[in-house]
Ligand binder design. Structure first.
Ligand code: ZN
Length: 76
């Protein structure tokens, strides 16, 4: 495993596009680039992040707002 070789020192700060809440967390820069370049799946390389943090990277929507969106969709 190369898990120990990861350098999770790259600061990511993303504000949720819906509620404006700012979230700050740290990732391995290489991992982030792979995901943004669609070379790897977020769930695979950023598996050390929470669902909430991965959702922010992918859609700039926090877990709370994402849940609300899903509720709204299910109600309709
Ligand atoms: Zn939000």
């Amino acid at each position: 495993m190369w898990e120990s070789a990861k350098m999770k020192d790259y600061k990511v700060d993303i504000a949720c596009q819906l509620c404006g809440q700012l979230y700050i967390f740290y990732v391995d820069k290489e991992d982030l680039h792979k995901v943004l370049n669609r070379e790897a799946y977020c769930e695979d390389v950023l598996n050390y992040l929470t669902d909430n943090e991965r959702e922010l990277i992918l859609s700039r929507t926090c877990g709370n707002c994402f849940d609300k969106l899903m509720e709204d969709i299910n109600e309709n």
